[in-house]
Design a protein around this ligand. Structure first.
Ligand code: IPM
Ligand code: MG
Length: 332
């Protein structure tokens, strides 16, 4: 299932779908691709950003590739499509790999942020209690913490380095105290090397020593903020993908927004969406296809086929065309 999104969303999703076609041809993978309507542009047509018809299509699909969407901001406006889907399908782990793909010769940065994706400040409990007073409730549960903790620990075990739990337990003693204690306890029982950091300190360490980190697990809002910061550390939001993982369903999307001012200009970097598709193949168990996408992306960067944000002068569609061709040929 594909939700193309708003603004430059359709451009980056079509670019990524051309890569999907190349991968499926090369590896003989069969896939029915169904497009659905959702997002800001959908509100005018249907009155909502996620119509019932689209929800039914999502329910009948195995997973979804979602383009960036514009989220309305008025105080009575709807919840964002991403948050609605994360909650509905309990996509509890938002996995955001950050690598400095284009920095030849520099220290290798390669860490993954695992963001709790269903609770925290995104619980939707945000009220006006009286005139001039509003409260937002930050929910942390044992169940939510354990499941995202397990995901991060499994990933740490696979990657073989270490886990960092990011929290603010010095101030949020109950909620983040529990989050921190549960995950550190689970990691120690699994013999994972684990440390922890306050989120404010982490914000500076990610800039100072990004190469030191391996897997970072944190609650929802901290993960949202740190992942945009981390993206800038590794080369910009245009190259960081994400996978929203649940027990049976998953959503793949670039971490960046819909960049409406560039709509129709074919200039936005498609790599974040293409690498999100790579994560989709990993999730499907198609490891070879996933590795091939990575190889072709690295090949395009090495050859200098890059959009402006990466210092190049290529169009979005030129980058995806190069990557698709490289996959079809099986070499750079
Ligand atoms: C992200 C985005 C979303 C979020 C928005 C669009 C709702 O910033 O995926 O990081 O806040 O989670
Ligand atoms: Mg974000």
């Amino acid at each position: 299932m594909v939700l193309p999104g708003d603004g430059t969303g359709p451009e980056v999703t079509e670019a990524a779908l051309s890569v999907v076609e190349a991968v499926n041809r090369r590896f003989g993978i069969r896939m029915d691709i169904i497009r659905g309507d959702a997002g800001f542009s959908c509100i005018k047509k249907t009155g909502t950003n996620l119509p019932q018809e689209t929800i039914a299509l999502l329910e009948n699909s195995d997973c979804v590739l979602k383009g960036p969407m514009t989220t309305p901001e008025g105080s009575d406006s709807e919840m964002s499509v991403a948050v609605k889907i994360r909650k509905k399908f309990e996509l509890y782990a938002d996995v955001r790999p950050c690598r400095n793909l284009a920095d030849k010769g520099k220290k290798k940065i390669d860490f993954v942020i695992v963001r709790e994706n269903t609770e925290g400040m995104y619980s939707g409990l945000d009220f006006m209690v009286s005139s001039g007073v509003a409260i937002g409730v930050r929910v942390i549960t044992k169940k939510g913490t354990e499941r995202v903790g397990k995901y991060a620990i499994d990933l740490s075990e696979k990657r073989g380095r270490h886990l960092t739990v990011v929290h603010k337990a010095n101030i949020l003693k109950k909620s983040d105290g529990m989050f921190k204690d549960i995950i550190i306890g689970m990691a120690k029982r699994r013999k994972i090397v684990v440390d922890d950091a306050h989120v404010d300190a982490m914000a500076q360490w990610l800039i100072k020593n990004p190469e030191k980190y391996d897997v970072i697990v944190t609650e929802n809002l901290f993960g949202d903020i740190l992942s945009d910061e981390a993206a800038m550390v590794v080369g910009g939001v245009g190259i960081v993908p994400s996978a929203n993982i649940g027990r049976e369903y998953a959503m793949f999307e670039p971490i960046h927004g819909s960049a409406p001012k560039y709509t129709g200009m074919d200039v936005v970097n498609p790599i974040a969406t293409i690498l999100s598709v790579k994560m989709m193949y990993e999730w499907m168990g198609e490891e070879k296809a996933a590795k091939e996408i990575d190889r072709a992306v690295m090949d395009s960067i090495r050859k200098g086929i890059k959009t402006k944000d990466m210092g190049g002068s290529n169009k979005c569609s030129e980058v995806s065309r190069y990557i698709s061709k490289s996959i079809e040929k099986g070499k750079g």
